[in-house]
Structures are given as C-alpha cells and as structure tokens.
Design a protein around this ligand. Structure first.
Ligand SMILES: [Fe+2]
Length: 404
C-alpha cells in the first residue's frame, strides 16, 4: 500500500484504505477498484490524496480507533457546534427590545444541550477506551482529510494524537478523558468566527488576523458554560499559548499553561502542518516533527515533545523514502521502539527503475543502511488550482485567489 496524491491516482487502481466522510461514515471501502466516477467524486469532496493498494499489502498499521468510535466522535462534536450556535442565536434574540421572556423552545434547547454534552463525554470515553485497549500506540499513518471538512477531521486527529501522548505521559483514564474533550473542542471558538476567514487562501489582513486570534477566548466562553468541566475550557483558551510566552491570547509561559493545553498545542501544530489546507500544502511529517523537536523548550513543553517524538513516526507507513544506497523504498511497517528505522520494501534501483521483485528490508537489522530523505510526498501540488477549478465547490468558503 502507498499514499498517492489524488491527481496521480489512475482508474483501475485499488483503494488501500477506506475513505470516510466528515462524520466518519464510509464513503468507499478499502479494496474497491477506483473508476473515473469515484475519483471525481472524491476530488469533489476535497480529498487530496488516497492510499492505494500496490500488491505488497502484507503489512498494515491497525487503525487506532474503530470506525464506530470515529463516527460517534465526529457526530458528537458536530452536534455540539450546532446546538451551541442555536443557543447563542436564541440568547441574542432574547436580548432584542420587545422580547417577552423565554421563548417556547427554550426548555427543549436546554434539554438538547444537556444530551449533546453527554454524547461528547461518551464519545471521548470511547476514544480513550480504544486508545487504552491497544498494546502499542503509534501515530504512524498520514491522516487524509478532505479540504472541505477540515475542521472536524482536524479536531478528531488532534484528540487522537493528544491521547496517545497523554498515555505516554502516564495520564490516568479521567485525565485522558478531560484531555480528550479539550482536544476535541479546542477550536470550537472558530465557530464564532466566519467560515470564510478560516478557509481563505493566502495571507490574512491584520484585521482578519485579529479576529482569528479571538477564537481561544471565544471557545473558552462557550465551553465554560457547559457541564463538560472547566479543564477542557482552558484547553480551548490556552492552546495557542507557547512555552516561551510568545503565544496568545495572554502570553502565558511554561507551567502557567495548563498541561492539557501544552499537549494539545504540540498535536494541533503537528496536525495543522501535515494537512493540506486551502492556503498551503501539507508538510511531510519529518519536517513537522523536526520543527517541533527544534522548538522543544522554546515554543513547546520539552516533556511533551519528548513523549510526542516517541510515538509519532517521521516516516509513516505507505510513504516513500530514499535510502543511503540511492534506492527508493516504501515504508511497510514501523519498529515501535525505533521509529526512524522501519521495515521497508525497496521498489526502485538507484537509476529509478522498478525492481521486478521488490525486496523487503528491516532497517533495524541493517544499521549500515540509512533513510536519507523522503520521496514523492503525497501533497497536492497546487491547491489554488483545485479551488479555481471548482473541485472544492460548495460550502461558504471564500475562494478568492491569493492576493485577489
Ligand atoms: Fe486554534
């Protein structure tokens, strides 16, 4: 199996890993042979890369969470955002002059809000349960998100990485649940900022950036009024604070920043860097990881970075690498205690010709061979072009070209 940018996927290729929509529902199952219609459907949905079965599919990394958990989690955060928006709208209406007491629907909304909080807690518990039940937890696959529904998928993936890191840091179940809820809803304040601003390609103006910077506080205001506890609210409030005090909104530093927010900050930065966005292409995990490690004790808590680099693979499964022998290989399996030296299938000779029968090498057993860099990173080369072609139509996104 290997990851390919969607523009390189040809009809007739077989899907190596199933594709899900923004609610974690299956769109196309692994094993299906792709045709032109399915490919354009996926492109319209905003997918920029796919896992393709390549005939050497003997090795896979098990999913960290079940499809059912993912679905419940996605559903619960979507419900949360929707019900809070409804609640805010009702509050605004009730403040208008001439408004006579609580509206008839008020009780129903209160009950619905309570139910949604319960669902969020249940979903976080499912997520924690899935992570705790694994013997080995690693972030060893690239999370492919649709550009269109980036926010929810991003929240879930940040929570997933945060829980894996939390487990390494020795958090107990209650702590993991609190961290999970906080990480899932860390960006909920974005709902208070217009969608067009979040999806805008290109640089934000100074005024726009000031609005964006309000989202941690907006998230805190939403979350602290719920029954989800104050700790998750503080994750939303503090996830853009930085270890050296250079973050926002309050410029907190070091251990003044709550531990859950320090974990979420690292995971948020990593997932944002490694995801295709309307305004920038995804970085390779190795680059994102190097950035995080280089900023250990600067932007990020060194203890968190230590735990993070133990579980996040610089060369994820199904990605291409260049070996010190000048050969090209695909990562087939991770060595959990030596993430930099995975098991690889060598596919091409130093001249770039495919081997008729590729050989598999466990780099842990071959210290003489190094991975020198990564090959053929999957990222979509020209997202602006995809936007311009209307491949990502629908929604309320502002589709102006940068600088327009
Ligand atoms: Fe954020």
């Amino acid at each position: 199996m290997r990851i390919l940018p969607i523009y390189q996927v040809q009809p007739g290729m077989r899907l190596g890993r199933s594709v899900q929509d923004q609610e974690g529902r299956l769109i196309i199952a692994a094993g299906i042979t792709l045709n032109r219609r399915l490919l354009s459907l996926l492109e319209e949905q905003g997918f920029t890369a796919l896992y393709i079965a390549d005939g050497f599919d003997d090795v896979e990394l098990p999913e960290l969470v079940s499809l059912e958990t993912k679905h419940e989690v996605m559903k619960s955060i979507r419900q949360f955002v929707e019900i809070e928006a409804l609640h805010a709208k009702r509050l605004t209406l009730s403040l208008l002059p001439g408004h006579l007491g609580p509206s008839p629907g008020a009780n129903m909304i209160s009950k619905a809000r309570y139910d949604v909080y319960m669902n969020v807690m249940k979903a976080a518990e499912m997520l924690v349960g899935d992570i705790m039940s694994r013997r080995e937890v690693l972030i060893g696959m690239v999370d492919i998100k649709s550009l269109r529904d980036y926010s929810f998928a991003h929240s879930v993936h940040v929570a997933l990485i945060a829980l894996v890191v939390g487990r390494i840091l020795g958090y107990n179940r209650r702590e993991l649940r609190e961290l999970g809820i906080g990480a899932l809803l860390h960006d909920v304040g974005k709902t208070a900022v217009s969608t067009s601003l979040w999806l805008k390609p290109g640089e934000l103006t100074r005024e726009e950036f000031a609005i964006v910077r309000d989202h941690p506080e907006a998230g805190f205001e939403i979350l602290r009024k719920t029954s989800l506890g104050l700790l998750p609210a503080h994750v939303a409030y503090q996830h853009h604070e930085r270890w050296d005090g250079s973050g926002y909104p309050r410029g907190l530093r070091g251990e003044k920043i709550t531990g859950y927010a320090r974990v979420t900050a690292v995971c948020d930065a990593f997932d944002a860097m490694t995801s295709d966005r309307p305004y920038k292409a995804a970085k390779h995990p190795l680059e994102a990881l190097s950035f995080i490690v280089a900023n250990s004790g600067v932007l990020f808590d060194p203890r968190v970075v230590g735990a993070f680099s133990r579980v996040v693979a610089p060369f994820p499964v199904a990605t291409g690498v260049i070996l010190s022998t000048d050969e090209t290989a695909v990562v087939k399996r991770l060595n959990p205690h030596n993430l930099e030296r995975p098991v690889v299938t060598v596919t091409r000779d130093p001249e770039g010709n495919y081997y008729p029968s590729p050989k598999t090498i466990d780099l842990e057993l071959h210290p003489e061979i190094q991975i020198v860099s990564y090959a053929e990173w999957y990222t979509a080369p020209n997202i602006d072009e995809m936007l311009a072609l209307g491949g990502l139509s629908g929604g309320t996104a502002d589709r102006r070209a940068p600088g327009a």
